[in-house]
Design a protein around this ligand. Structure first.
Ligand SMILES: Cc1cc2nc3c(=O)[nH]c(=O)nc-3n(C[C@H](O)[C@H](O)[C@H](O)COP(=O)(O)OP(=O)(O)OC[C@H]3O[C@@H](n4cnc5c(N)ncnc54)[C@H](O)[C@@H]3O)c2cc1C
Length: 376
């Protein structure tokens, strides 16, 4: 830690993962500069904030990574709240996945980690749930963070309190490399002028846009539309995670409804009639009464997608450049473990056997084969 003090590190992208890395490493004594094109475009603001390794039915190393992160989240949140003085809106509320019959529940990839509910138990958990659902799985360790209204703000404030420097409105346009080492970045500054920022250590955290900076990465945007409604007091105590639609109740009964998933939309901004209709139909299929609750807001975001839907973590092909991107639909869940693993790598802290295995399996070079085939 002493060696890290005052060492300079560039964070390329000031979204959820960029802020998470900036916070973690500023705490360890690094001098951090975050280069952020536009903080409000971050998927970190667009997400539903579910912490759902079980409900998402993750498997293998992805599940392990998610479970490790879930364990770290209470401590991670405490650190952010301490440094910022703000709440992150973390709630260990549990998630229910409804099914048409018990057989479906039994064969769900993570069913062995949940509690199977019959129709009566399901109704007791979610009064008013649509009649079609005859069974459910309760994952009581899954939860949520109020990313849109709280976490992103708290992270930014925590970073500022630790002396992190922000270059907001500045776009990285090119990496400067020499002999396979990063030397800095070319940026377009707030006046539209090109400028060089030197630095031999950087983390690429540019979410869905990461491929524009490092073209080797097979990253692409997966647009998601959302809406919110105001539920009556105590209308829903757990998250309902249905096929294609989920309902996430915040502390004040604001219910976040998500999400569409559209690769073809690329970076097309804005909500669409069809997307919003899909969400309303989704509400009907889960909790019909909720369609009578007042609408509050609608928005969209771009998930950083990868071919295997798993993140890209660890070393890049350039010495000094680390990758923390491609978190797709689980960036909020995986932020805590990402911070831990990447900061350990940068600090050269010893990794456990499991951590080394995970870093190996999420390294970018697992896509070499994919790249070869798409370039033919
Ligand atoms: C609709 C939706 C629902 C989701 N729900 C959940 C959920 O319930 N649970 C969960 O765990 N995850 C969820 N996610 C996923 C999660 O939001 C993402 O995985 C996460 O935000 C990724 O973080 P990031 O920092 O990599 O990208 P972002 O948060 O998108 O941040 C990237 C930042 O990089 C900046 N940037 C890009 N290019 C440049 C450049 N050239 N120069 C400078 N800056 C640049 C951008 O301006 C942006 O601010 C959801 C995502 C969406 C869209």
């Amino acid at each position: 830690m002493a060696d890290a003090a005052r060492e300079r590190l560039l964070i390329l992208g000031g979204g959820l993962i960029g802020l998470t890395m900036a916070h973690e490493l500023a705490r360890k004594g690094f001098t951090i500069e975050v280069i952020s094109r536009q903080k409000t475009e971050a998927a970190g603001f667009g997400a539903a904030g579910m912490l759902a390794p079980h409900a998402e039915g993750l498997t293998g190393n992805h599940l392990e990574l998610g479970l490790l992160s879930l364990q770290l989240i209470p401590e991670w949140v405490k650190k952010i709240e301490k440094d910022s003085g703000l709440s992150c809106g973390y709630r260990n509320c549990g998630i229910i996945v409804p099914f048409l019959n018990i057989k479906e529940a039994e064969i769900y990839p993570t069913s062995y980690l949940g509690l199977i509910l019959n129709r009566k138990e399901l109704e007791a958990e979610i009064p008013g749930i649509s009649q079609q659902w005859k069974s459910g799985l309760l994952f009581n360790k899954d939860g949520q963070i109020d990313n849109r209204r709280k976490l992103m703000l708290a992270l930014e404030k925590a970073c500022v309190a630790l002396g992190v420097k922000f270059r907001e409105g500045v776009e990285v346009i090119k990496l400067i490399e020499q002999k396979q080492e990063i030397q800095g970045v070319e940026v377009k500054n707030t006046k539209g002028l090109q400028e060089t920022i030197w630095g031999q250590r950087a983390i690429l955290c540019s979410g869905a846009w990461s491929q524009k900076i490092l073209t080797d990465l097979p990253l692409f945007p997966v647009k998601g539309e959302m809406l919110s409604i105001q539920g009556p007091k105590n209308s829903l105590k757990r998250i309902i995670y249905g096929p294609g639609t989920y309902l996430v109740p915040r502390e004040d009964d604001l219910i976040i409804v998500g999400a569409t998933s559209n690769k073809e939309a690329r970076f097309n901004k804005g909500i669409t009639q069809s997307g919003q209709l899909q969400l309303k139909n989704g509400i009907n299929s889960l909790l019909p009464i909720a369609n009578q609750w007042p609408p509050i807001d609608s928005w969209w975001g771009f998930r950083p997608g990868t071919p295997d839907e798993m993140p890209i973590l660890g070393k890049s092909r350039l010495k000094g450049l680390w990758l923390a991107t491609g978190h797709y639909r689980n960036g909020v869940l995986l932020a805590a473990i990402t911070a831990k693993l990447i900061s350990k790598c940068i600090l050269k802290d010893p990794l456990t056997q499991k951590e080394s295995e995970l870093l190996m399996s999420f390294n970018w070079n697992r896509f070499n084969k994919y790249h070869a085939s798409t370039r033919q």
